[in-house]
Design a protein around this ligand. Structure first.
Ligand SMILES: Cc1cc2nc3c(=O)[nH]c(=O)nc-3n(C[C@H](O)[C@H](O)[C@H](O)COP(=O)(O)OP(=O)(O)OC[C@H]3O[C@@H](n4cnc5c(N)ncnc54)[C@H](O)[C@@H]3O)c2cc1C
Length: 300
């Protein structure tokens, strides 16, 4: 199918993009990697009259600054997957990026586009909530930051205003012996996920859990933060029985929406399996050294 006609504009900076979006009216859209927007236009599901291409709005930078991994919104999935700095400081981000679509999609799609699109199965959304990431936003009234947990409203809907753009994302670094793991279930490699689990765990020198976060993705209309339940692990060396019980409890309580690919009961079972494996892997990664952090001013 062909898309409806549109006016194509190029922004030379994020400020320029905001000004062009304002001039284009509330149906004007940013074009980043085009891996979600263009298919929707070709299928007649979106018909923006104006597209503002932000490909030249800034450089695609990956830095560590003031205790956070700081990514330009234009960083592509393939760069997350292969960046040595991302793998060292925020390995779950690289792990999750490797699950996105196929190699063609990962070479064009951007982290800003993925978060702004608000697709409920998006791997990067689940990881952003698990890591308590902060999204940098620019609009006509200036800059603001939005916690990732407050960005996602429901399927394909975020708390961004029509003339606001995401300019970057910050992932706070974890200290000490920390481990993380992202897992998902798909029918075939590269398909959109039917269930996801993202876990981060920190251990003290005696192997006791000091911090645990857990987010379930791709089952409801946005990532579901179930970290409250994961706090049951804190204070003790995490035992297999406690992890299995926690996973069962979360899987029974979490909201699971319909999917054309599998029934609710099956996906509930899979949520329990994914949580058990993600927590187990995060714990063993933390025990074997975990993430080294706190290199400032590093750039790739
Ligand atoms: C075959 C296929 C398989 C896929 N599989 C997966 C998958 O498994 N998991 C997954 O998560 N995704 C998947 N995707 C989508 C892919 O990850 C997209 O790259 C991503 O969702 C959108 O990023 P983009 O840069 O391509 O954004 P675009 O498609 O250019 O834009 C998407 C939306 O976000 C808005 N937008 C983009 N950038 C910004 C910004 N900086 N500020 C404000 N608004 C912005 C646009 O206006 C548009 O509304 C798949 C896509 C395809 C075609």
């Amino acid at each position: 199918m062909y898309s409806a006609p549109f006016e194509y504009l190029r922004a030379g900076s994020w400020e320029d993009a905001v000004a062009q979006l304002q001039r284009g009216g509330e149906d004007a859209h940013v074009l980043a990697g085009g891996q979600s927007l263009v298919p929707m236009m070709m299928l007649g599901l979106a018909a923006p009259p104006v597209l503002v291409d932000v490909g030249a709005a800034d450089e695609r930078t990956i830095d560590v600054r003031d205790g956070s991994l700081v990514l330009s919104a234009l960083v592509r999935h393939v760069e997350l997957e292969h960046s040595e700095l991302v793998r060292r400081t925020c390995p779950m981000l690289a792990e999750a990026a490797g699950y996105i679509g196929n190699v063609r999609v990962r070479h064009r799609g951007t982290i800003g586009g993925s978060l702004a699109h608000g697709e409920s199965t998006a791997e990067l959304a689940t990881v952003a909530v698990a890591h308590q990431a902060t999204v940098r936003v620019l609009g006509p009234s200036g800059r603001r930051t939005v916690p990732a947990s407050e960005l996602f409203v429901t399927h394909l809907t975020t708390s961004l205003e029509p003339d606001e753009v995401i300019t970057g994302v910050e992932f706070p670094l974890t200290a000490g012996h920390s481990g993380s793991c992202f897992l998902e279930m798909t029918r075939r490699a590269g398909d959109f996920a039917m269930a996801e689990a993202a876990a981060t765990v920190s251990l003290d020198v005696d192997g006791r859990c000091t911090h645990a976060r857990l987010v379930v993705g791709a089952v409801a209309d946005r990532p579901t933060d179930v970290s409250e339940a994961a706090r049951a692990l804190v204070g003790e060396p995490p035992a297999d029985a406690a992890i299995t019980e926690l996973a069962r409890g979360v899987a029974e309580a979490v909201e699971i929406g319909p999917s054309v690919h599998a029934g609710v009961g099956y996906r509930r079972e899979m949520v329990a399996v994914l949580i058990t494996r993600a927590l187990g892997t995060a714990i063993s990664r933390a025990a074997s050294g975990g993430t080294a952090t706190s290199t400032n001013g590093h750039r790739v």
